[in-house]
Design a protein around this ligand. Structure first.
Ligand code: TYM
Length: 325
C-alpha cells in the first residue's frame, strides 16, 4: 500500500453499463491493490435532476450490488451511500462559498440540463457537491471516465483556492482515466457517449443484460458502410468503439485485433466482439444475481460508519481553518 487514498462515485440513476465498467469500475477494482480505496453511491447527486422516490431507493441498492459484483471488495474498500455521511453536504456548503456562480453556469452539464422541466438549483450546485465528495477524504486520485474531466478541474481549483486562503488542508487530487475505454460510445450513435438514460434501448449495454441481449445489441451496432476493420476514430468511429471494447474484454491489443479481423468482414468481427463481451459480463451478472439484499445493506451500513469518522476528522481541520472552532 502506498498510503495514498482514492475516491470515486457513481450516481444511482438508471442501470450500470459497459461505459461505467470500462471507464470507471475497472480502475476502482485494480486500485484496491495499491491504494486505500473509498467508493460511494452518490444518492444526493441523483436528486439533482427530477426523480421518483422508489427509483431512488431501489436504484441505490441495485447500484451498490453491481459495484460489488464488478469486483469492488467491501473487505478491502469502503463502499457507502453518500447521504449517510452528512459531512459531504457540510463541506459542500463551505466550498460553495468559494465558488463563483459564473464558473458553475459555464459547466457543460449545467448548460445541457438546466432548462429541463422541474429542474431545481441542484444542477448548478452539483459540481460543488462532487468536489466535496472528493476533498472530504483528502484523496490523492480519482478514477473516472473522460466525461468527468471538467468536474475534476473544478475540484482541483477549489482545493487550491481553499488551501491558499485558509492554509494547506487538502491534497490536490489527480484524475485517473483508463488508456482505452475512457469514453465508451453509444452502440447506435458512435459520436455520443454510452449513457444510462439513452432512450434507444439498443444503444447501451447494461451489465445485467443476458447473453442474447448482448449479442443482439452488438450485432445491430451502427458502423460505417465500409468493410475493413480498422482503428480510425475519424472515419470509423463505430468500429473503433467496438475495437476498444473487444480489447478490454480479450486482453489483446487493438493492433493485434485489427490485424486479425481487418479483412474478414464486419459480421465476423461483430460476432467475435459479442462472444468476448458476453463471456466477460456473465460472471458480473451472475455475481449480481446471487447476492442477497441483506448482505449488501449490512456492508453499506458498516462502511458508512467508518466513512463518517474519517470525514469528521477532515471537517475538524476545515472548521478550524475557516474559523468555525
Ligand atoms: P456517472 O454516475 O455518470 O458515471 C460513473 C462513472 O462512469 C464513468 N462513465 C463512463 N466512462 C466511459 N464511457 C462512458 N460512456 C461512461 N459513462 C460514464 C464516469 O466517468 C464515472 O467515472 N458526477 C459523477 C458522479 C460523482 C463522482 C463524485 C465521481 C459524484 N461525485 C466524486 C467521482 C468522484 C457522475 O455523474 O458519474
Amino acid at each position: 500500500m502506498s498510503g495514498k487514498r482514492v475516491f470515486s462515485g457513481m450516481q444511482p440513476t438508471g442501470k450500470a453499463h459497459l461505459g461505467n465498467l470500462i471507464g470507471a469500475f475497472n480502475n476502482w477494482v485494480s486500485m484496491q491493490d495499491s491504494y486505500e480505496t473509498i467508493y460511494c453511491v452518490v444518492d444526493l447527486h441523483a436528486m439533482s435532476t427530477p426523480f421518483e422516490k422508489t427509483d431512488l431507493s431501489e436504484g441505490r441498492l441495485r447500484l451498490a450490488k453491481m459495484i460489488i459484483a464488478a469486483g469492488v471488495d467491501p473487505k478491502r474498500s469502503l463502499l457507502y451511500y453518500q447521504s449517510e455521511v452528512p459531512q459531504h453536504a457540510e463541506l459542500y456548503w463551505i466550498l460553495g462559498t468559494l465558488t463563483g456562480v459564473g464558473q458553475l453556469q459555464r459547466m457543460t452539464q449545467f448548460k445541457e440540463k438546466s432548462d429541463r422541466a422541474g429542474q431545481g438549483f441542484g444542477i448548478l450546485a452539483y459540481p460543488v457537491l462532487q468536489a466535496a465528495d472528493i476533498l472530504i477524504h483528502k484523496v490523492h486520485a480519482v478514477p473516472v471516465g473522460d466525461d468527468q474531466a471538467q468536474h475534476l478541474e473544478l475540484t482541483r481549483d477549489l482545493a487550491t483556492r481553499f488551501n491558499s486562503r485558509f492554509g494547506e488542508v487538502f491534497p490536490v487530487p489527480e484524475r485517473i482515466t483508463p488508456e482505452i475505454g475512457a469514453r465508451v460510445m453509444s452502440l447506435q450513435d458512435p459520436d455520443s457517449k454510452m449513457s444510462k438514460s439513452d432512450p434507444n434501448a439498443r444503444a447501451t449495454l447494461f451489465l445485467d443484460d443476458s447473453d442474447d441481449e448482448i449479442r443482439k445489441k452488438i450485432r445491430s451496432a451502427v458502423t460505417d458502410t465500409g468493410t475493413e476493420v480498422a482503428y480510425d476514430w475519424e472515419n470509423k468511429a463505430g468500429i473503433s468503439n467496438l475495437l476498444e471494447i473487444f480489447a478490454y474484454f480479450s486482453g489483446r491489443s487493438i493492433d493485434d485485433l485489427a490485424a486479425e479481423y481487418g479483412t474478414g468482414g464486419y459480421g465476423n468481427f461483430k460476432s467475435a466482439v459479442a462472444e468476448s463481451v458476453a463471456s466477460g459480463v456473465k460472471p458480473i451478472r451472475e455475481a449480481y444475481e446471487g447476492m442477497s439484499d441483506a448482505e449488501v445493506v449490512e456492508v453499506m451500513r458498516a462502511s458508512a460508519a467508518t466513512a463518517r469518522e474519517m470525514a469528521d476528522r477532515t471537517m475538524d481541520d476545515v472548521r478550524a481553518a475557516v474559523g468555525l472552532s
